[in-house]
Design a binder for this molecule. Structure first.
Ligand code: BES
Ligand code: MN
Ligand code: ZN
Length: 490
């Protein structure tokens, strides 16, 4: 999919214009209504103007094709109505015998949002609808026809061009995240993730360091190693650097859970649906996606990425329930359940994060089924301590979720929950007593983050979609990029 910003409309291909309910036309629709064909179509009842309604006309206003797109009630267009309209428009574009279309929707009329937001919305939805996941099929599905070049009808000023470039970079980051996450675990191993990181180094100038087992051992990351022990596939600890900010500016650190397959280990998961545990590296894939986009958009910020990558498997060498291991921080952990492995690999990554003297650390993990029970698949769970610095970080992350349409919800992290992860034999248990499973998991991580400002994103419900559209969502790459962009501007 290709995008351009241009003021004048081509006559060939298709032009999409907005219409409202009660037969009201947008300015762009009125401009094509010289012979009254649009008014006539509205009067006929063939299109309601409700968000998502569409009607294709031919030869109207001297254009080859005109697609009327319903936007809802006249006035400021609601964000959700605009999104619905854009997706309906793209659905029709995909069926057309035209390769190019002009989007002449009112990009500056969305309530509370500017033109840059609308451009981002169109680009994200178009790239999402064009995303293919038949890469491993020996017979590829027929190449989809339909529109492949989209012209956004707007003045091509610096702001519009920057908005388009940032939207395309974001889409590239989302796509890298989805591609890696969708790969099966026999292909996407920790070494494969490391190679993907190195490719970001070669192609985009991202700084990359890959630590192998020896170096991980030298760092005393024994919680990470305890998880890796059960697998014949060796672990990797990946460190990424994007130094777009001032030389001495404290970096933001992103730490991703990169479990390339989570069988549960000795605390083996049931068989049904276990295939979905190839997605247990979505946090790590999101970190790589953010770096791809940050490099492409030249984000003026210092950014460190950490991916703790390994498999969680049962074997004669696997960590067992009841085992006690010392984390890199020195805190000892009783492994009560080997399936609570995400917090094991992340606690060492979070300890490692402190060496960068970070301005903020955000970890991203498909951490708990309990988060799916709490929030379902729409919102990621956000956890922070509550004090001035953390309340601000939480507010910024929630706002970034709203502006990018990649929503999160703030969960509690009270001291009181720490009671639930006490152990008789070690400093901490990796399993909480019943209740509040996503919170006790976050509390566990909290113990390793006391020297800096920290937030945790549990993306167990949001990182991939089940059923027909099964596949990674690329979340929370848009949220993280929106946060980082806002931070760079502040
Ligand atoms: N990767 C899973 C969490 C998960 C489950 C993500 C389902 C997405 C969908 C994690 O490692 C895990 O197994 N968590 C356990 C923790 C429990 C043993 C305390 C869980 O949620 O059941
Ligand atoms: Mn697990
Ligand atoms: Zn897991």
């Amino acid at each position: 999919m290709e995008f351009r910003i241009k003021e004048e409309e081509a006559r060939s291909g298709c032009i999409a214009v907005g219409v409202y309910e009660r037969r009201r036309l947008t300015e762009q629709a009125r401009a094509l209504d010289g012979e009254g064909a649009v008014t006539q179509a509205m009067r006929s009842g063939d299109i309601s103007g409700k968000p998502g309604s569409t009607l294709l006309l031919r030869g109207v206003g001297g254009m080859e094709r005109v697609l009327l797109v319903g936007l809802g009630e006249q006035g400021a267009v609601a964000e959700s109505a605009f999104g619905t309209a854009v997706r309906a428009m793209l659905g029709v574009f995909a069926t057309l015998g035209a390769a190019q279309a002009t989007v002449a929707l009112p990009l500056d009329a969305v309530a509370g949002r500017g033109q840059a937001w609308a451009i981002g919305c169109v680009v994200a939805a178009a790239r999402d609808s064009a995303f293919r996941r038949d890469g491993l099929k020996s017979r590829k599905e027929a190449a989809p026809g339909g529109v492949r070049r989209i012209v956004l009808a707007a003045k091509p000023d610096a702001a519009a061009k920057a908005a388009l470039a940032e939207a395309v970079a974001t889409a590239n980051g989302v796509e890298l995240c989805k591609e890696l996450a969708n790969l099966p675990s026999n292909i996407c191993t920790p070494a494969y993730l490391a190679e993907a990181a190195r490719r970001l180094g070669r192609d985009w100038g991202v700084g990359v360091q890959v630590l192998e087992r020896k170096q991980i051992e030298q760092l005393d990351m024994r919680c990470l190693l305890a998880v890796a022990d059960g697998s014949d596939v060796p672990p990797r600890f990946i460190v990424l650097k994007h130094m777009g900010g001032k030389a001495r500016e404290a970096p933001v650190v992103l730490a991703g859970k990169g479990i390339t397959f989570d069988s549960g280990g000795i605390s083996l998961k049931p068989g049904a649906g276990m295939d979905e545990m190839k997605y247990d590296m979505c946090g790590g894939a999101a970190v790589l996606g953010v770096f791809r986009a940050a490099a492409e958009m030249g984000l003026p910020l210092n950014l460190i990425g950490l991916v703790a990558a390994c498999e969680n498997m049962p074997s004669g060498r696997a960590v067992k329930p009841g085992d006690v291991v010392a984390s890199m921080s020195g805190l000892t952990v009783e492994v009560q359940n080997t399936d609570a492995e995400g917090r094991m690999v992340l606690c060492d990554a979070l300890t490692y994060a402190a060496r960068f003297k970070p301005a903020a650390v955000i970890d991203i993990a498909t951490l708990t089924g309990a988060c799916v029970s709490a929030l379902g698949h729409h919102r990621s769970g956000l956890f922070t301590r509550s004090d001035a610095a953390h309340d601000m970080l939480a507010a910024e992350l929630l706002a970034a979720g709203r502006s990018s349409g990649d929503l999160a919800w703030l969960m509690p992290l009270d001291e009181a929950y720490q009671e639930q992860i006490k152990s008789a034999s070690a400093d901490l248990a990796n399993l909480g007593t019943p209740g509040a499973g996503s919170i006790t998991a976050a509390c566990f991580l909290e113990n390793f983050t006391r020297s800096y400002t920290w937030a945790h994103l549990d993306i167990a419900g949001s990182a991939w979609e089940q059923g027909g559209a099964k596949g990674a969502s690329g979340r929370p790459v848009p949220l993280l990029l929106a946060y980082l962009q806002a931070r760079a501007r502040r």
